[in-house]
Design a protein around this ligand. Structure first.
Ligand code: MRU
Length: 348
C-alpha cells in the first residue's frame, strides 16, 4: 500500500518521487518552506497529493510559529499560504487546500480559540483532508471499476495513482484497482509521458508493485495500439476540471483523447471534487504551467538537443469536454452536459 506523504511529530514525511523507480528514499520536511520546495521540485506531484501536502505545509508553518497572539498567527498563516500558492499553478487542489485551511482558521479564531489549540486543530484539519482524500479515491475506484469490462485493456497517461494522491488507490489507477477488487481481470498500457516520464517511472513502478499487468509504451505508440484494437478504454486523472467539464491534465492527454475519439474508445477522467474548479468557467481559464526547458533538452543529466535550441515545455493541456465520456468522482459518474452534472454533485 503506497502512501506518499504523511504527518509525523517530527515533520512531514515524503517519498522522494524524483528518485523512483531506482531508489525509495523518504525525506523528513521540517518547515513549510521545505514542503513548498518539495512541491515545486516534484518530490511530490499529482494534484490530490499536492493538495494534501499543501495542507500539511500550512499546519507545519503554524506549528513552528513562536508567539501567543492569534492575530500574529493569522499573519503567519497568510504568509505561509502565499508561499505555498506560488509553488505550482495548475493543480487546483493546492488552492482548494489553502481555502479550506483558511476557512478552518477563521472558524477557530471567531470561536476565541487559543494559539495552542488553533495549532492542534489545524494539524487535525490537515489530517482530515488526507483521510478524506483517501476515502474519495476509494469511492472513485468503486464507481470507476464498474465502467470497465472484465478483460479490459486500459490506456493511461502520466501517473494518476496512489503516488499522485493521498495514497492507497489513486484516481485513474484507482479505477483499475477498483475493477480488480470487483473480480475483473484488467491490464494497463502506460504511456511513458515525456518529458518527466511519470508513466515510465511511477505508473510502471506502482502497478508492478501491485501485480497489475502493465505494458509501457512511448507516447507516440498510443495511436498505433488503439488502431490495432488493443485498447478498450482510456482512463486519466486531472489537475483541474473547469465547470463545463474541460479537463486539464498532463501534457499529451489531449492527443490521447482525440485518438480515443477517432477509434471509438471511451475516454474517462477520474478525479475527486477537490479537482473541480467551479470558479473556472472553461478550460481556457485554467493556468498552464510552463517548466524548465532542461526537462526537454536533457534526460537526467544527458543533453539530447543542441545548445541554444528554442524549446517549449508546457506541463499540461486541456481536453475539451466533448471528448470526455465520463468524469468519475467520489459522488458518482458525471456525464454530459457537465455544466449541469458537476453542479449537481456539489449540491448533493
Ligand atoms: O506534473 P505532475 O506530475 O504533478 O502532473 C500530474 C498529472 O498530470 C496527473 O495526471 C494529475 O495530477 C492527476 S493525479 C491523480
Amino acid at each position: 500500500m503506497i502512501i506518499p506523504v504523511e504527518w509525523t511529530d517530527e515533520g512531514v514525511r515524503m517519498l522522494d518521487q524524483r528518485l523512483l523507480p531506482n531508489e525509495e528514499t523518504w525525506l523528513m520536511l521540517k518547515t513549510y518552506n521545505d514542503v513548498a520546495d518539495g512541491i515545486r521540485d516534484m518530490v511530490i506531484r499529482g494534484a490530490p497529493a499536492i493538495g494534501v501536502s499543501c495542507a500539511y505545509g500550512i499546519a507545519l508553518g503554524l506549528k513552528n510559529f513562536v508567539g501567543t497572539n492569534v492575530d500574529d498567527l493569522e499573519e503567519e498563516l497568510d504568509y505561509v499560504c502565499e508561499v505555498l500558492s506560488k509553488t505550482r499553478p495548475t493543480a487546483i487542489n493546492l488552492f482548494w487546500a489553502i481555502d479550506r485551511m483558511k476557512r478552518k482558521f477563521a472558524e477557530l479564531k471567531d470561536a476565541g480559540t487559543s494559539v495552542t489549540d488553533i495549532k492542534a486543530a489545524m494539524i487535525d484539519e490537515s489530517k482530515a483532508i488526507h483521510e478524506e482524500d483517501i476515502e474519495s479515491q476509494r469511492l472513485i475506484a468503486q464507481f470507476g471499476g464498474e465502467l470497465l469490462e472484465d478483460g479490459a485493456s486500459v490506456l493511461t497517461h502520466c501517473n494518476a495513482g496512489a503516488l499522485a494522491t493521498g495514497g492507497v488507490w489513486g484516481t485513474a489507477l484507482g479505477v483499475i484497482r477498483g475493477a480488480k477488487d470487483q473480480g475483473k481481470k484488467v491490464s494497463v498500457i502506460a504511456d511513458e509521458t515525456r518529458p518527466y516520464l511519470q508513466g515510465a517511472r511511477l505508473t510502471a513502478w506502482e502497478l508492478l508493485k501491485d501485480d497489475i499487468p502493465v505494458t509501457l509504451i512511448t507516447d507516440n505508440q498510443s495511436g498505433h495500439v488503439m488502431k490495432k484494437g488493443r485498447v478498450n478504454a482510456v482512463v486519466v486523472g486531472s489537475d483541474r476540471i473547469a465547470a463545463n467539464g474541460d479537463v486539464a491534465n498532463k501534457i499529451g492527454t489531449y492527443m490521447v483523447a482525440v485518438l480515443a475519439k477517432q477509434h471509438g474508445i471511451p475516454f474517462y477522467v477520474a478525479a475527486p471534487l477537490s479537482t473541480v474548479d467551479m470558479n473556472c468557467p472553461t478550460g481556457d481559464d485554467i493556468p498552464i504551467e510552463e517548466r524548465d526547458i532542461r526537462e526537454v533538452t536533457h534526460i537526467m543529466d544527458i543533453q539530447l538537443a543542441p545548445e541554444g535550441i528554442s524549446v517549449g515545455n508546457y506541463a499540461f493541456d486541456v481536453t475539451p469536454n466533448e471528448l470526455v465520456d465520463a468524469i468519475i468522482t467520489e459522488k458518482g459518474v458525471a456525464r454530459k452536459p457537465y455544466t449541469e452534472s458537476l453542479r449537481k454533485m456539489f449540491e448533493e
